[in-house]
Design a protein around this ligand. Structure first.
Ligand code: C2E
Ligand code: MG
Ligand code: MG
Length: 389
């Protein structure tokens, strides 16, 4: 395709660009909780041009910021209509990392929030990294400012190109979208399946959501369901839809298969990890009380802050009264409380005996929690098996 700046401006004037919306389903609730906005260019003869055929050219012409400025108000209009007619969906908007060189987008988002056209939690920005940007302090600062408005940031196409561990560790992402090639290959390749599972686990340990795209079959969906990832997106649920079709689709309020089993498995991992991090911190303190080293940043002090607590006090309450479910609360609460108590004890330079007592308590709570989690997971697995016949 031979594209000039003139063609692009004409297309914008004629209103030839619009968004299609692809639903994202939560594995815990089985419901659509939002959608990704994907740009489409409809030529006067009706041909629909996919983004991969023109976005790289738009970038090469240095016009991507202009297209974003043109499309962002359309996203806000569509969001307002979806909210008025359907529900509190969160829309994801794609940007290329090179756009972050220009503060324009951040101004647009801030302006929308200040004028109350947008609430932060209703927008997610998906960043695809075509060039390495993560080392630039200015970009980290701009993204951190965006996060402060409540907007979330997802790293798109993780595992390919520049979307690397390096970028993930430097930028303040709140969700990870693994490149869809891993999801496609996981059905036939044990190695790809391991990459998917460990990426989900890594997201959990970082305290961020994991979103899997390219879910084309029920088999892939069900596999991911028990891996413990947060959301799914793909042709098996729905292709990207024009706004009116998306509104129709949401109107059916369909429920997809859902299960807390994946999350319970991940909770066993994250709580065992949190326990070990705490033990390491305390040992470092006992060895060098004056200089115990850095306090781990990803410890959750509140039992309601982690994925398990969020579920326990929310959707999980449907199981209230069940002894395996009820037995999670006490050790879980205590484990998180102990985090605060232990860090406090190191700050006020408590004696070895105090630390030893706290550690013993922590070990007991960790054991109690992990056996409750295991019991509940096994029970729910048998129940699911019975339902499948
Ligand atoms: P992306 O953000 O990774 O979007 C996912 C792409 O996968 C979309 O292609 C979507 O239609 C496609 N897809 C969804 N489900 C499936 C599935 O089950 N199987 C397969 N094989 N593919 C699936 P699309 O719409 O052609 O977009 C391509 C890329 O263009 C996007 O990749 C994104 O990087 C870029 N893009 C889209 N809209 C925008 C935009 O508004 N601005 C910018 N800067 N980039 C955009
Ligand atoms: Mg995307
Ligand atoms: Mg992607």
């Amino acid at each position: 395709m031979n594209l000039t700046a003139e063609d692009l401006r004409r297309a914008m004037q004629r209103g030839e660009f619009s968004f299609h919306y692809q639903p994202k389903v939560s594995f815990l609730s089985g419901r659509v909780e939002g959608a990704e906005a994907l740009i489409r260019w409809r030529l006067p003869d009706g041909t629909l041009v996919p983004p991969n055929d023109f976005i790289p050219l738009v970038e090469a012409e240095g016009m991507i910021a202009e297209v974003t400025r043109h499309m962002f108000p359309r996203l806000l209009d569509d969001l307002a209509r979806i909210h008025a007619e359907r529900g509190e969906d969160r829309l994801a908007f794609n940007i290329s990392a090179i756009e972050l060189d220009d503060p324009g987008l951040i101004h647009l988002v801030r302006e929308a929030i200040e004028s109350r056209r947008l609430l932060g939690p209703h927008l997610e920005i998906e960043i695809t990294e075509g060039v390495a940007v993560s080392r630039q302090a200015i970009i980290v600062r701009r993204l951190t400012e965006l996060l402060e408005t409540g907007v979330s940031l997802a790293m798109d196409d993780y595992g390919t190109g520049f979307s690397s561990l390096e970028t993930l560790s430097r930028l303040p992402f709140s969700a990870l979208k693994l490149d869809q090639s891993f999801v496609t290959r996981m059905l036939h390749s044990a190695k790809a399946a391991t990459m998917v599972r460990t990426s989900i686990a890594m997201a959990q340990l970082l305290g961020i959501r994991s979103v899997m795209e390219g879910v084309e079959t029920e088999q892939a969906y069900r596999m991911l369901l028990h891996y413990g990832c947060s959301e799914a997106q793909g042709y098996w649920i729905s292709p990207p839809l024009a706004l009116t079709e998306y509104l129709d689709f949401r109107g059916h309020d369909q429920v997809w298969p859902c299960s807390p089993i994946g999350m319970l498995r991940m909770a066993q991992l994250t709580h065992a990890w949190q326990y070990k991090l705490l033990v390491d911190t305390l040992f470092a303190y006992l060895e060098h009380p004056d200089n115990p080293g850095a306090i781990p940043r990803h410890l959750h002090m509140s039992h309601q802050e982690c994925a398990l607590g969020d579920w326990y006090h929310g959707l999980g309450q449907a199981l209230s009264g069940d002894p395996d479910f009820d037995s999670l609360d006490r050790p879980h609460r205590r484990m998180h409380d102990l985090c605060g108590e232990m860090l406090d004890a190191t700050r006020r330079q408590a004696s070895r005996d105090v630390i030893r007592a706290l550690m013993t308590d922590l070990a007991e709570q960790s054991n109690a929690l992990s056996s409750s989690l295991q019991r509940l997971e096994t029970r729910l697995l048998f129940e699911e098996l019975r339902e499948l016949g």
